[in-house]
Design a binder for this molecule. Sequence first.
Ligand code: MN
Length: 243
Amino acid sequence: MNKPKIALVCHRGENPGNNRILPDSLGTTYINSVIKAGGLPFLIPLDFPLDNLNIIRESFDGLLLTGGGDVDTKRYGGIEHPSVGEVWPVRDEIECRLYHLALETEWPVFGICRGIQIMNVAAGGKLYSHIPDQVPTVKHVHNQPTGTPRDHLVHDVLIEPGTLLHQIIGKDRIPVNSFHHQAVSVPGEGMKVTAFSDDGIIEAIENPDHPFVLGVQWHPECMQQYDDHMKLFRAFVEASRRL
Ligand code: MN
């Protein structure tokens, strides 16, 4: 059986020691999750020519928007905050454009962490720039400290029945990891909130008018030992196969 080809836009980092730009790359857990789910991963560099993005749409069966730095606050009219970091407007631009191509052409898109955030911003929605300062009612540390095991389960998410997410996972509530200081505040056009944390943060969105536009705020790629989280990758790869 043919394996669906999945495009993943790279992350770009800076060496804090000398401010040199590091090579475009991507965490191996994203890559391995796609392979384990039956897909073939292909990395897209951030300087890919914007005029030729249609080639990416034509060449690949699905789009995975991964974690990384923060979305530029200017793009969604967000509050400036000193903790906003690793902003690469070139990545925002390529991912927003790819999201719109996906909307127009029924291309499956799965967004993780930054991925849910850029999807929401591309759809005209807004983000909290820094949850602890903007949502005083939160109970959990959504941004677990550096060094915390990436599969550490921090809080539960409550999944709305009758949604694509609920159909995939088949449960009303699951525990997740949490490595984010930002979150969706106002859902974008066409976006439906499909999961909240048990302290009220939006943790998943989807577009019910599209076959597969799904974003989650947690990191399923770091929890490959849990079937509930691998179901997300399998559903995404299968959706990419059908279309
Ligand atoms: Mn969280």
